[in-house]
Design a protein around this ligand. Sequence first.
Ligand code: BGC
Length: 431
Amino acid sequence: MNENQDTKIFPQNFFWGASTASHQVEGGNHNQWTVWELENATELAKTAAHKYPMASRSFTLSQLPIWHTHRDIIQDPNNYVSGNGVEHYKNYKEDFSLLTSLNMNAFRFGVEWSRLEPEEGKWNEEALAHYKQYISELRKRQIEPFINLWHFTIPVWFAEKGGFEKSANLKYWDRYIAKITEELLGEISYVITINEPNVYASFGYLIGEHPPGEQDPIKFVRVFWNLTRAHRRAYKIIKSIYPNIQVGMAAQMANIQAKRPHNMLDGMITKWMRYFWNWWFLRRTRKQQDFIGFNYYHTDYYRFEHAIKPENPKVPLNDLGWYLEPEGIYPLLLRIWSHYKRPIFITENGLADTDDKYRRWWIEETIVAMERAISEGVDLRGYFHWSLLDNFEWAYGWWPKFGLVEVDRKNGMKRTIRPSAKWFADRIKQL
Ligand code: BGC
C-alpha cells in the first residue's frame, strides 16, 4: 500500500452510485399510481398553490421562490402524469454510460411488479428478459447492481384486492418475490426488498397524499405492520434460494432533534418521533437485515407544543421548501451503527435543485460527514445519490429536479450532466 492509499478514509471497494425507481423513470407503466395520477391530475394542479410540502409544513408552495419561475408548470395537470417517464426503460444503456462517465461503480434501480405480473399469476416474459439484460449490461460495465424489488407501486389487480391492507394478500407478494428471485437474482449480490415503508403507509393511509389517498389510522397501522411481514418473508424466500445474497431495505430516516435541547418535553417528543419514524420498522425486522440501508433528506427540529410539525431554520431550503442540513447524516450514521453494528449503505440522498445552486455544497458536506463517521468506526460501505436523472416526483410530478443529470422531456429526453455532477465525478476519483 502506498502512502496515498494509507491516508484514504473511504475503503477501496466503497460503492459510489446513484439511485432510481422504476415508476419514476421507466415510462409506460400501468399500476395503481398511474390510475391515481390520471384521476387526480386536475385537482393536484388546481390546489398546488396552497399545498404545504410535508418536509417543511410552514410554507405553501406559492410562498416559495420557485413559485415565481415554475407556476405555469406547477399548475399544469400534465405535470402530474408520469406518462412516458424519461424513457429509461428504452434508453437504459445510454443511462448506464452516464454512470460510467460519472465514475460510479454501483447503481440502485427498481424492477416494476406491475410490468412483470400485469395480470394476476401471468408473467410478462418480455419484461423478465428486459431486466435480465439490464442486469447483465450493468455487470458488463463493472457497475454493481443493487436491485430494489418494491418502490411504492403495485399492480392494479393487487390494489383492487386491497394491496398491503390485508395480510391474506401477502401470498401474492411471496409469489412475486419467489419468481423474481429465481429469474433475476442469479447475478445479484445486494437486494433491497422494500423502499420506505413508513412513507408508503403514512402518505397513502394517514395523510392521504399518495394512493389510495386514505386518512385511516387503522389501515395505516395494518399496512405498516404487513410491510414488516412482507420484508421478513421476502428475506426468507431469497435466502432459501441464494443464501449468500445480502438482503436489506431502504429505510426513510430523518435526523430528528429537539428544538430546545435542554427542554424535557422537546426531548420527549424527539424520542417518540425517532422511535416511530426511524426505528419502528427496523426493530421489528432486525434479524432480517444483513445491512442497514437508509435514505436521508432532512433534519427536523421538534418543539413539544407543535407536536409533529417541525420548526426548522428558514434557510437554506431546496426547491420543495425542505430545510437543508447535509451534515445531519453524521449523527444518524452514528446512531444506526450504535443500534445495529451492521454494514451501512446510504441508499438515497439528494435534493430538488433546478438551478444546481446547492447540490455541490450538499454532496461536499455529505462526504465530510461520511468521512467523520467512518473515522469513528462506522462500517459505511456505499453512497447512492438520489437521483441519477430528473424524474417523476410522485404527487409533485415533474417540476422538482433531483437529477445529477438534467432531462429535457420537451426535447427528445435530452440528458445533460449538471455542473455539480461533473464536480462529484472528479471528487470520486480522488477519494
Ligand atoms: C423516495 C423517492 C423520492 C425521494 C425524493 C424518497 O422518499 O424513495 O422515490 O423521489 O425521496 O422525495
